[in-house]
Design a protein around this ligand. Structure first.
Ligand code: NAD
Ligand code: UDP
Length: 345
């Protein structure tokens, strides 16, 4: 079984490649390396002891994409490739719409030309917008607050239209909550460029001494300690969710949305405490104003994925923090770290 993974060199993509190879799939990765490094895929090969094929191709280059499909008999596609920074999407919306939507249209057109109609798509809990009632179930009305979120919502709708036009399509829309952590080997992990926007990479960079203190965005939310609550999900659990979704789309038809989250929310202070407990490193922090656009509480109702995909997230916040720290401490400069880290033979 051959699976094409777009964006497979990125954070979630590389972890999913590990699980795909471990599960016996052959994989072809297409990535333009705009937000990732090839070394991530070298490490995927080291972790698994298996090979994969890589094409440095931009989804906006339809001719090159067509060539990839000509070279392989592809059974299904897992589609991660996209730009993902919310703030940046507000500053350069056209780039986001072009990359995420035109890129997906090209992919679907080429898939259609080759009769490939099984897809797992990276959507996001951002499609639930500023909803107040938690937990979020797949059926609640969708709304988004920024161009990045709108690209996810629009692609979901495009994929639904595609199915209406041809019922041979089988598509899973995976709405991720807050992916964190790293592969337990410490070989691969999240490598944000510049100052991280997300909580856990910020914490690990404070711990490693690259940043001086964490700013906690608000402590006046209606939560148990006033700080924002999120559904953090270990990236390995998330990657395994893609294998379950792939099995599902290979054996069914339709377009189905699934929340991939644990179903439990933790606050910013809960995460700081868990990190300090498992690493023994104090994280200095300061409470500052709320971050514009943030909601107080977000967590998933993951029942549908639990039942239909037979998938459940197993790893708790301590394991998330421990694995995130192993990755950061072995690789202080992410994939640019020159010295071979302890885990590498
Ligand atoms: P990432 O940036 O690490 O990975 C995305 C990959 O896609 C990168 O390797 C990038 O080089 C590649 N890419 C981007 N545009 C491309 C194009 N036009 N052609 C070819 N390759 C291209 O991001 P990630 O965190 O691994 O996220 C993967 C997907 O999941 C994205 O679609 C993202 O929007 C979605 N998602 C991520 C999160 C999160 O918190 N990380 C949450 C919800 C949804
Ligand atoms: N957060 C914070 N300081 C930071 C980054 C994030 O206090 O430097 C908070 C943020 O307000 C939210 C939670 O941590 O309550 C998770 O934020 P993240 O950006 O990781 O995810 P998102 O808000 O996109 O769900």
């Amino acid at each position: 079984m051959k699976v094409l993974v777009t964006g497979g060199a990125g954070y979630i993509g590389s972890h999913t490649c590990v699980e795909l190879l471990n599960a016996g799939y052959k994989i072809i990765v297409v990535d333009n390396l705009s937000n990732s490094k090839l070394v991530a895929l070298e490490r995927v090969k080291e972790i698994t002891g298996k090979e994969l094929e890589f094409y440095n191709v931009d989804l906006l280059d339809k001719v090159a994409l067509y060539q990839v499909f000509s070279n392989h008999r592809i059974d299904a596609v897992i589609h991660f490739a996209g730009l993902k920074a919310v703030g940046e999407s507000v500053s350069i919306p056209l780039k986001y719409y072009h990359n995420n939507i035109t890129g997906t249209l090209n992919l679907c057109e080429v898939m259609q030309a080759f009769g490939v109609n099984r897809m797992v798509f990276s959507s996001s809990a951002t499609v639930y917008g500023l909803q107040e009632d938690v937990p979020f179930s797949e059926e609640i009305p969708l709304q988004t607050t920024n161009p990045y979120g709108r690209t996810k919502l629009m692609v979901e709708e495009i994929l639904r239209d595609l199915y209406v036009s041809n019922q041979n399509w089988s598509i899973a829309l995976l709405r991720y909550f807050n992916p964190v952590g790293a592969h337990p080997s410490g070989y691969i992990g999240e490598d944000p460029s510049g100052i991280p926007n997300n909580l856990l990479p910020f914490i690990t960079q404070v711990a490693v001494g690259k940043l001086s203190e964490l700013k906690v965005f608000g402590n006046d939310y209606d939560t148990h300690d006033g700080t924002g609550v999120r559904d953090y999900i270990h990236v390995v659990d998330l990657a395994i969710g893609h294998i379950r979704a792939l099995e599902n789309v290979l054996n069914t038809a339709g377009v189905k949305a699934y929340n991939l989250g644990t179903g439990t929310g933790y606050s910013v202070l809960d995460m700081i405490n868990a990190f300090e407990k498992v690493t023994g490193i104090a994280i200095p922090y300061q409470i500052v104003d709320r971050r514009p656009g943030d909601i107080g509480t977000s967590y998933a109702n993951p029942t549908k994925a639990n039942k239909e995909l037979k998938w459940v997230a197993h790893k708790g916040i301590e394991e998330m923090c421990k694995d995130a720290w192993r990755w950061q401490s072995y690789n202080p400069n992410g994939f640019d770290t020159k010295v071979k880290h302890k885990a590498l033979k």
